[in-house]
Design a protein around this ligand. Structure first.
Ligand code: GTP
Ligand code: ZN
Length: 199
C-alpha cells in the first residue's frame, strides 16, 4: 500500500510506552538501561522530545490573527532577520540548526514581529525537511496575513550530514520561498535577498 501523503491520526502513546521505546533503543545500542546513569534517561528523553516536537500542538495560523492597522500607511518591506531555530530532519531525526529570514510587504496591516518568529518555531519543532519548512512558513503568512508578498530564506546545518554519513561539517543548506511581489518583482526580490545577505 502506498504511504499516506499527510500525517495520519495515530493512536495516543502513553508516557510509559514512550519510555519503554527509549529503553529498547538503549539496549539495541548496546548499553544497559538499568544502570544508574541511564535509569532516568527514558524520562529525560521523553521530556526532551516533548520540547523538540512541541510544534505539533501549535497552530501557527493563530499567531498571525492579531494585526495592527495604525501604521501611517506603512507599505514597505518588513524583515525579521536571523531567527534562530532548531529542528529535526525527518529522515534521521538529527538536529537541523540554523536561521530563518522572514520578510513581507504589508497590505494595510502589520503583525507583531515576535509572531513571525513564533510561526518559525511552530514549524521547526516538528520533523522536517528544510524545503517543506521554508514553504510552510511562507504559505502560512501568505494565507493568513494576505500581504502583497512574502519571502522566507532558511540557512541551516544538518547534523545528519555533519556528524554522520557523508561527514561534511562546513556545509549549509540554503532554501527560499518567495510569493507574490517577492516572486514577481525582480527589484523586490533583490531588495529582500540583499537585506538577508543572499546576493
Ligand atoms: N532535500 C533534503 N534532504 C535532506 C534534508 N534533511 C536530510 N536530507 C537528506 O535526506 C537523504 C536521505 O537519504 P537516504 O539515502 O534515504 O539516507 P541515508 O542512507 O542515511 O543517506 P546518507 O545521509 O547519504 O548516509 C540524505 O541525503 C540526507 O542528507 C532536507 O531537509 N532536505
Ligand atoms: Zn537527516
Amino acid at each position: 500500500m502506498a504511504a499516506k501523503k499527510t500525517a495520519a491520526k495515530t493512536p495516543a502513546v502513553s508516557q510509559a510506552q514512550a519510555e519503554d521505546a527509549i529503553r529498547l533503543l538503549l539496549r539495541w545500542a548496546g548499553d544497559n538501561p538499568a544502570r544508574e546513569g541511564l535509569i532516568d534517561t527514558p524520562k529525560r528523553v521523553a521530556k526532551a522530545y516533548k520540547e523538540w516536537f512541541g510544534g505539533y500542538a501549535m497552530k501557527p495560523e493563530d499567531y498571525l490573527k492579531r494585526t495592527f492597522e495604525e501604521v501611517e500607511g506603512y507599505d514597505e518591506m518588513v524583515i525579521l532577520r536571523d531567527i534562530e531555530f532548531e529542528s529535526h530532519c525527518e529522515h534521521h531525526m538529527a538536529p537541523i540548526i540554523g536561521v530563518a529570514h522572514v520578510g513581507y510587504i504589508p497590505n494595510g496591516r502589520v503583525v507583531g514581529i515576535s509572531k513571525l518568529a513564533r510561526v518559525v518555531e511552530a514549524y521547526a519543532k516538528r520533523l522536517q525537511v528544510q524545503e517543506k519548512m521554508t514553504a510552510q512558513i511562507a504559505n502560512c503568512i501568505q494565507n493568513v496575513l494576505k500581504p502583497k508578498g512574502v519571502g522566507v530564506v532558511i540557512v541551516a546545518k544538518h547534523e545528519c550530514m555533519t556528524t554522520r554519513g557523508v561527514h561534511k561539517t562546513g556545509v549549509s543548506m540554503v532554501t527560499s520561498k518567495l510569493l507574490g511581489s517577492f516572486r514577481e518583482d525582480a527589484r523586490t526580490r533583490a531588495e529582500f535577498l540583499q537585506c538577508v545577505g543572499i546576493k
